[in-house]
Ligand binder design. Structure first.
Ligand code: FHN
Length: 582
């Protein structure tokens, strides 16, 4: 009967997704009894993310369970948490109702292993959070680990207590704990925005379908994230901290950390700066995604102050510039601009300027007529606009007169009111400061069709670099449109590994039209790669200079000539840059 009612009241996909598409920015909360050890077990710091301590330290269930008795978050205040989210400009909260450790952070009737029955706290924080969210107009959503449950012999993940996989009966686990708990979280706390399943691992399609149907059965308009398994769900989840290098069509979200852990770790102080967070937010939204940014409260129930402070600063920026984020759509330009990012709304284009050039802003490629331009920080003052079109090279140029000093030192947003739907040149264009950025993610891979083993083929890495340069038969090339003829230095940017290790010495050749420059890669300076988590960076090597006499389309090809091998792995090419020579 319930299922029938559900079907009758289910809205269309667009209607169900509407709030989420409008929201763009949400708070992830990883909170559990793993906050008690906070990354330290028996005096040893356990490497990796905090909520994985049970697994990383192979803590037997009987011992881990005892943490519940020490979990007494007396400082927990639901209104304060919701205020932190609201102050940050976040529109939804996704909290771990049960993570991989199997401990329910709400009052579960089908497992005593929950915060009300197993801890001295005895309160149901989810009930308090639901009330606070309702009051503040923030959507409450739940994370639920559907396949891994290290507390249960029939679920996945705990091989230190139950090594024999053949004895596991996952359907039994689903019937006895998984599905009943999903019913509980959907029936005990009012309307839920979405269920965030995670790590489907080897779950079978039929099992995923049961988990997803369970959601729609009890709350037909609740969304399901992209990690339920088998590409079933309402939107796509990127990998953790994964930012795609270019616009991605469809609905997607990046779950991301504020430091290097999800669950609280007492000694992880590697907080991203406010500038990093804003650049990530703008970068994600300009590519069409939602940013789900995590906080990991302590065992006392407090969101760490460095998180709260940074979030408040993001919220302050959003108060001025939120129009360019909430409900906006991805950039109509398919490449990263670098100096700026673009979002759009009907008849509007927002230019988020990250490197303020002073006095004049030039944007290439916008085809629409601009009827009005102003800073979101100073809406009343119209900016003077000129638009030109160079027929010979088919190049549209927009010039804006702007204040010499950036109104915001991280990102200043200019709103452009335009005629018609935003439309931009789809060619890779030179940057207004003269640089040409050829990102590996949009380079064309050329490799012999035959004779290369699959393991020797190039791959596109998660953060846009082209990786696996194991041989000298492959190349990467681009076409771009040059606006300003002149002399250019050729700079190769290659990525470090996760630990910041990088291998020097690869000999490479870059051909620009008929000119070729060659050289060995050496570390001449590093830049943080904003698309990757903090530990990655790009290493720059200038390998020569070319002279480009004519404006218009040019071709660039990158090819390795000799590759070296070492502990830091192979070459990972991030981009080639042509930088105006002084
Ligand atoms: O294993 C989990 C991890 O603990 C954390 O919850 C993240 C958040 O996206 N998801 C899994 C790893 O991808």
């Amino acid at each position: 009967m319930a299922a029938k009612t559900a079907r009758q009241t289910r809205k269309s996909k667009n209607e169900r997704m509407a709030w989420w598409r409008e929201a763009r920015f949400g708070m992830f909360i990883h909170w559990g009894i793993y906050a008690v050890p906070a990354g330290v077990w028996k005096g040893n710091r356990i490497a990796g993310i905090g909520e994985w301590i049970m697994n990383r330290a192979k803590i037997p269930v009987g011992e881990y369970e005892k943490l519940a008795r020490k979990f007494n978050p007396v400082k927990f205040n639901a209104d304060e948490w919701v205020r932190a989210a609201k102050n940050a400009g976040m529109k939804y909260i996704v909290i771990t109702s049960k993570h991989h450790d199997g401990f329910a952070m709400y009052h579960s009737k089908c497992s005593k292993y929950n915060i009300v029955d197993a801890t001295p706290f005895k309160r149901d924080p989810i009930k308090e959070l639901a009330r606070a969210c309702k009051k503040a107009g923030v959507r409450l959503c739940f994370y639920y680990s559907q396949k891994q449950d290290w507390h249960e012999p029939d679920a996945s993940g705990n091989r230190w207590d139950w090594p024999d996989d053949s004895k596991k009966n996952f359907d039994r686990y689903m019937d006895e704990k998984g599905l009943p708990q999903v019913r509980e979280i959907l029936t005990q706390y009012g309307p839920i925005g979405l269920i965030w399943y995670d790590t489907p691992q080897d779950i079978k399609p039929a099992q995923t379908r049961r988990f997803v149907k369970q959601v729609y059965k009890y709350q037909p308009n609740c969304l399901v994230d992209g990690r339920a398994g088998h590409n079933i769900g309402d939107y796509r989840s990127m990998g953790d901290n994964q930012i795609p290098p270019a616009v991605v069509k469809g609905d997607w979200e990046t779950p991301a950390t504020l430091n290097d852990t999800w669950g609280f770790k007492s000694y992880d102080h590697n907080w991203k700066s406010v500038g990093d967070l804003l650049r990530l937010l703008i970068g994600i939204v300009s590519k069409g995604g939602n940013y789900l940014l995590n906080v990991g409260p302590t065992a006392k129930g407090v969101i760490p102050a460095p998180s709260v402070q940074r979030l408040a600063a993001v919220g302050k920026w959003l108060k001025v510039n939120g129009e360019a984020i909430y409900g906006s759509k991805a950039s109509p330009y398919p490449y990263e601009l670098g100096w700026a990012a673009i979002t759009t709304k009907p008849s509007k284009l927002y230019l988020h300027v990250l490197d303020w050039p002073g006095k004049e802003i030039v944007l290439y490629g916008l085809k629409n007529k601009v009827t009005k331009a102003y800073l979101l920080a100073d809406r009343k003052k119209a900016l003077s606009v000129t638009q030109e079109y160079d027929k010979a090279i088919n190049l549209h140029t927009l010039r804006l007169r702007v204040p010499a000093k950036a109104p915001d030192k991280i990102a200043s947003v200019i709103a452009l009111e335009i005629k018609g739907a935003a439309s931009m040149d789809q060619a890779l264009l030179q940057q207004p400061n003269g640089a040409v950025i050829l990102g590996s993610y949009n380079g064309q891979i050329r490799e012999p069709a035959k004779g290369l083993k699959p393991r020797d083929r190039l791959v596109r890495g998660r953060f846009g670099a082209v990786e696996n340069w194991t041989n000298t038969k492959a190349s990467l090339s681009w076409e771009f449109k040059l606006a300003k003829p002149g002399a250019y230095n050729v700079v190769v940017l290659s990525s470090t590994d996760r630990e910041g290790q990088w291998l020097a010495g690869h000999r490479v050749k870059v051909t620009v039209g008929r000119q070729a420059v060659k050289g060995a890669l050496k570390d001449q300076g590093r830049t943080w790669n904003p698309k990757a988590p903090t530990s990655y960076s790009d290493v720059a090597t200038k390998i020569g200079r070319v002279s480009l006499a004519k404006a218009g389309i040019h071709t660039v090809t990158f090819k390795p000539e000799k590759l070296v091998r070492g502990k830091a792995g192979e070459l990972k090419l991030s981009s080639i840059r042509l930088v105006p020579a002084q």
